[in-house]
Design a protein around this ligand. Structure first.
Ligand SMILES: Cc1cc2nc3c(=O)[nH]c(=O)nc-3n(C[C@H](O)[C@H](O)[C@H](O)COP(=O)(O)OP(=O)(O)OC[C@H]3O[C@@H](n4cnc5c(N)ncnc54)[C@H](O)[C@@H]3O)c2cc1C
Length: 405
C-alpha cells in the first residue's frame, strides 16, 4: 500500500515525492508517461556526448532563497548569467532592449538619460491599454514594436499582439542602462551536473518507487494508495468534460555541429526571419568543454506536447470550471503547470510544491513563508510565451512578446 500516487516526475511531482518520502516517511509511487524523470527540465548527453536539454533551454534563476537552498541539497551549482541577442536588420543586438541595442540599431550615441527621452519621443500614447500592441507601442513606439515584438509574437502565438490581452505584456522589457543580462534575479545558476542528475538525487529514497513509460491510468487500479498528487493536464483528468484547454506547442530541432562554437551568444532570437523563433547553443548554459557543439531550433506550432497555456479570457473561463471540479476532488492534489493551466518557471513550481507540502502537513505558517518568498522572488506571473524577466527595477515583467524561453 502506497501513501501517495504521484502523477508526473517533473519539478512538481519530484519535490513532493522527496518531501513526503524523506520528511514525512511516506511511501510514494511516482509515475511518468515519458521514459525519463525531470519533466520538461530533463537533460541528457546526446550521441556526441554533448549535454542538451531535450525540451528546450532551461535556465535556472530565482529570488527565493528557500527555493535555492532547497534545491542545493541535491546539486552543486555553476554560476551562469543568461544573455540573449536578437537578429534585427541584419545585426545582432542585446535583448531585452537596452542602451546598446538602440545605439547599435540606429547608429546613435545616446546616454541613458537621452534614451528615456528617445522612448518618449517615439512612443504613441494610448488612452486605454487594451491589447499587447497598445502596451508596447505606447512605451517604445511603432518601429521597435515592428522590429522586435510583432512578428515574434505572431510566430510564437499565431496571434497578432492586437489580439492578445494587455495583461499578457503588462510591462515592456526595456532598460535604459547597458545591463545585457536576461535575468536580474539574485540566484542565477545551472545545476553543475545537469537537471537529470539533480532529479535522480531527489528521488533517491527507499520510500520512493518510480514507474516510467507509464500513464497513471494504467496503474491507478493496480496499486493501492491513499491519496493522489496529480501534475498532468487538468482537462485530461476530467475527461475533457468542459472541452480541451488550448496550449501552444513547440517542435525542437536538435543539431550537432563539428565546430567548437556555433553562434556568438547562448540564445539568438529571430523576431522576423525564419519559421523558428530562436536558436540555443547548450555549451554556453552547461559550461561543457567539447570539440563539437549542439544547438536547438524552436518552431512554435499548434499541435504537440502542451507547453504554453494560451492566455485568453475564454480559456481562463474554461479553466475556472475545471478548477471548481479539482477543488471538489478532495483526495487528489492538483499541482504544477499543467494541473493549474498556468505558465510557471521552475523556481515557482518548486515553491508551489513546497507550499503544497507544508499545507498537507498543516503547516500554515511555513506555507505562508514559502509563498511570500516565492512571491517576492518569483512573482507567480504568467507571460504569453511564459517568459518572465526583470526590467532592472525589481519588478517582474510579463515578457511574452519578444523572447521565448
Ligand atoms: C520550452 C520551455 C522552456 C522553458 N524554459 C524555462 C527556463 O529557462 N527557466 C524556467 O525556470 N522555466 C522554464 N520553463 C518552465 C519549466 O519547464 C516548468 O516550470 C517546469 O517544467 C514545470 O514543472 P511541472 O512539474 O509542473 O511540469 P512538467 O515538467 O511538465 O512535468 C509534468 C509531468 O507529468 C507527466 N504526465 C502528464 N500526464 C501524465 C499521465 N497521464 N500519466 C503519467 N505522467 C503524466 C508529463 O510527462 C511530465 O513529465 C520552460 C518551459 C518550456 C516549455
Amino acid at each position: 500500500m502506497f501513501d501517495y500516487l504521484i502523477v508526473g516526475a517533473g519539478f512538481a511531482g519530484s519535490v513532493l515525492a522527496e518531501r513526503l518520502a524523506n520528511a514525512s516517511d511516506k511511501k510514494v509511487l511516482i509515475c511518468d508517461k515519458r521514459n525519463h524523470i525531470g519533466g520538461n527540465a530533463y537533460d541528457h548527453y546526446n550521441e556526441h556526448g554533448v549535454l542538451v536539454h531535450k525540451y528546450g533551454p532551461h535556465i535556472f534563476h530565482t529570488n527565493s532563497r528557500e527555493v535555492f537552498d532547497y534545491l542545493s541539497r541535491f546539486t552543486q551549482w555553476r554560476p551562469y548569467e543568461h544573455r540573449v541577442q536578437a537578429s534585427v536588420d541584419g545585426q545582432l543586438v542585446p535583448m531585452p532592449i537596452n542602451l546598446d541595442t538602440i545605439n547599435k540599431l540606429y547608429g546613435l550615441n545616446l546616454t541613458s538619460f537621452q534614451l528615456e527621452e528617445f522612448f518618449k519621443s517615439v512612443a504613441e500614447p494610448r488612452e486605454h491599454l487594451r491589447t499587447s500592441e497598445d502596451v508596447v507601442v505606447s512605451r517604445v513606439g511603432r518601429d521597435l514594436y515592428e522590429k522586435f515584438f510583432r512578428n515574434y509574437t505572431r510566430k510564437q502565438w499565431a496571434l497578432d499582439p492586437s489580439e492578445l490581452d494587455a495583461s499578457v505584456t503588462s510591462r515592456v522589457p526595456v532598460r535604459t542602462n547597458r545591463d545585457d543580462r536576461y535575468f536580474t534575479d539574485t540566484y542565477q545558476a545551472m545545476p553543475l551536473h545537469g537537471y537529470t542528475r539533480m532529479f535522480e538525487r531527489m528521488l533517491d529514497s527507499p520510500n520512493i518507487k518510480i514507474a516510467l513509460n507509464c500513464d497513471y491510468q494504467e496503474i491507478a487500479d493496480e496499486f493501492a494508495y491513499r491519496e493522489m498528487i496529480y501534475t498532468g493536464p487538468v482537462d485530461a483528468f476530467f475527461d475533457y468534460c468542459y472541452g480541451e484547454l488550448p496550449y501552444r506547442s513547440l517542435e525542437f530541432k536538435h543539431e550537432t555541429h563539428n565546430v567548437a562554437q556555433f553562434q556568438p551568444a547562448p540564445v539568438v532570437n529571430f523576431p522576423n526571419e525564419h519559421a523558428y523563433t530562436r536558436v540555443t547553443e547548450f555549451k554556453y548554459l552547461t559550461g561543457q568543454e567539447h570539440q563539437k557543439t549542439s544547438i536547438v531550433y524552436e518552431y512554435p506550432q499548434a499541435e504537440g506536447d502542451p507547453y504554453y497555456p494560451v492566455p485568453r479570457k475564454e480559456n481562463a473561463d474554461i479553466y475556472t470550471k475545471y478548477k471548481a471540479l479539482a477543488d471538489a476532488t478532495s483526495d487528489v492534489h492538483f499541482v504544477g503547470r499543467l494541473a493549474t493551466y498556468k505558465y510557471y518557471n521552475m523556481d515557482q513550481i518548486v515553491a508551489q510544491a513546497l507550499t503544497t507540502y507544508a499545507k498537507m502537513r498543516g503547516e500554515k505558517r511555513a506555507a505562508a513563508a514559502v509563498a511570500a518568498a516565492a512571491a517576492a522572488g518569483a512573482a507567480f506571473n504568467v507571460g504569453g510565451n511564459g517568459n518572465r524577466n526583470d526590467n532592472g527595477h525589481g519588478k517582474h515583467t510579463r515578457e511574452l512578446l519578444s523572447s521565448a524561453r
